[in-house]
Design a protein around this ligand. Sequence first.
Ligand code: SF4
Ligand code: SF4
Ligand code: SF4
Length: 306
Amino acid sequence: MKIAIEELAGCSGCTIAVLDLHETILDLVEEADIVYSPVIMDVKEPPEDIDIAFVTGAVRNEENQERLKKIRKNSRVLVALGTCACYGGISGLSMMSGREDLFKMIYTGVDTVKEDGKIPHDVPEFLYRVFAVGDMVKIDYYIPGCPPKEARLREIILPLIKGDTIRLSRKSVCSECDRKMGEVKDWSLKRRHVGIPDRNTCLLGQGYLCLGPVTFCGCNAACPKNNVPCHGCNGPSLDILREPCRDIYNLMVRRIADLTDIPSKEIEKELYDVGHIMYAFTMGSEVMEDKEISKIREVISQEGNR
Ligand code: SF4
Ligand code: SF4
Ligand code: SF4
């Protein structure tokens, strides 16, 4: 069995998450050879006969696109590993700025990059938008998470390599959270740095925008268990993915309205920075943007990015 890990536009954290399997990595290398992974070994190009390839990161430029097509062609099974690959992830947030501003922030406006303020000639051509890998090629399996948590990877990677059946929960982060709803009264929206939330009751009920109800499980509700609202890093729940008429923003508004009896229109007026808060991990997904009720089209920059 030959396995590979390809890197596109991301932070390499997903590959490090595989290394974070610690001693399980020994079981993995007993079953399979890692034949290509730019982060962990010095092999420049993927071989042609890969059994299972994991691809991490989103598609932001022509080099990412070329590498994705090549790894698809060379692999029997292709797995999107991490939220950047599955839904664009944080790379998708680059769509909130115009191309000129992005290049200024990264190259032309940064003295330490190049004194003449020019973009280096070997920077690959930028695409007009960010793509999740499934927007471009056929993907056999999706493992979201930024990065996917160790316990979740342990449940998936070895059985996948051995060809065993994998049974996972299909619920939302709320299903893994042990907070009680408690009494909801005088509800008002709070920014996450305001006050110290009660540790036992639901954060959403306390006014903090916890995306647990709209986020796919698999992290054991890591953030709410540490008194921090979920910000959606596992990507959307299956409910949202399956139903064209469901979206992160509209389900969150509906959930808050159900909890508080405040009319949806009033809640919408209170919501701020919708791009960063609701779509921080999904903005680069065409599937999410194409939903008729999605707010993604309203928050992405129309200046030269697309
Ligand atoms: S999903 Fe998160 S950890 Fe993985 S490459 Fe993207 S930013 Fe990094
Ligand atoms: S909304 Fe957040 S705090 Fe409330 S149950 Fe769901 S995950 Fe837990
Ligand atoms: S609770 Fe939410 S933000 Fe935190 S790790 Fe889980 S999915 Fe990610």
